[in-house]
Design a protein around this ligand. Sequence first.
Ligand code: UD1
Ligand code: UDP
Length: 382
Amino acid sequence: MRILSVVGTRPQLIKAAVLQPVLRRSCEEIFVDTGQHYDEAMAGSFFAELGLARPDHSLGIGGGGHGEQTGRMLIALEPLLRDAAPDAVLVYGDTNSTLAGALAAAKLGIPVAHVEAGLRSFDRAMPEELNRVVADHLSRWLFAPTPAAVANLAAEGITAGVVDVGDLMLDLAARVSAEIRDPAALKPIAERLRLPLTPGRYLFATVHRAENRDPIAMAGWSSLLGAVARPDRPVVLALHPGTRAALEAAGLMLPAGVEVVDPQGYRTSLALQLHAAAVLTDSGGVQRESAWLGVPCLVLRTTTEWVETIGGAGSSAVLVGLDRDAAVRELTARAPFANTEAQAIERADRLRLAGSGAAERIVAVLTAATAAGTGTATGARN
Ligand code: UD1
Ligand code: UDP
């Protein structure tokens, strides 16, 4: 079976790093990078760190408005798909690269496999929500990471081809968590970043959603981060280059106690989460990684598609949006300053994360369906 997979952004490289080696055991893969993310720290470094193959095609399409970016991807992908004539096109997640890959394939009658199908924030102002809905409705195979995602698809009348396979990102986090569990893993990171990082004595943050790049929103989360930072517990903000550019364009300075660093590699990101007092983020990936690691997480959004990380008994994540008072209140309740050092050390010590086997299930479904000459999906998790 020949699969053409499309990636383009940081989280897609991370997911592909788990699926690719398993896929290549039984399928021919044509690996296409749209280039949506293009900085070394957002894309290039992940190839080396995570052992990804060199793309067969690098389209070099980053930046620009949504329509322009997606349109340029469609223009580049169409002839490529025609020439390669794959049995399926595989797309990940909810980015413009996902939308372009799914749409280009569907228009040519090539079956689409969507990894991370069925997620819904029910907020159509988010570009990601539009991308997910369209990709799901175009897909033959819908690889859902959670039962909630399966239910969302059923509510939209999609049941054929839906399989709950688990989460590729959990599988990578499970593998890598053993390497970064020892608090000593923080030492080289602290030295490289020139920050005094010790377990439980800093907060880790990321911000990159389009809605959080608006000047009013930026003033909101910047003031929120300033309110939770203390001289003896700074916020380490690994800043997406798009957010950095938006802050600069708006002439906004971040408050004292917020230490801005460049985007970090995958292992560093996971280690900074695990050993933090708490995480503040609008990232879907970071939100669920912190839940798996058991780190308190304040989500800088008012909705989420990762509903299982929120609200349940023992849940470590909470939606605070840009509400400064709510953030201070929730942080005090979930990570009381006097306890966070002990909490962080105990959490890391206890951490034993099991993977979900998502890659193996995805490949089993794809290969079985081709062998049977059908698009019928089997192989869901129990
Ligand atoms: C995209 C995805 C989002 C995902 C995120 C992961 C869409 C609509 N959004 O958002 O779902 O959560 O990736 O990080 O696809 N930029 C750089 N250097 C880079 C990459 C981007 O400077 O390496 C700049 C771009 O020029 C652009 C801005 O950042 O101005 C936004 O980049 P873009 O890829 O459009 O969206 P993200 O915000 O990264
Ligand atoms: N991540 C990273 N370096 C960073 C920030 C995040 O490697 O500086 C990782 C993070 O651990 C997670 C993934 O990037 O695995 C999440 O991607 P991102 O936040 O860009 O996108 P989202 O998940 O919101 O789509």
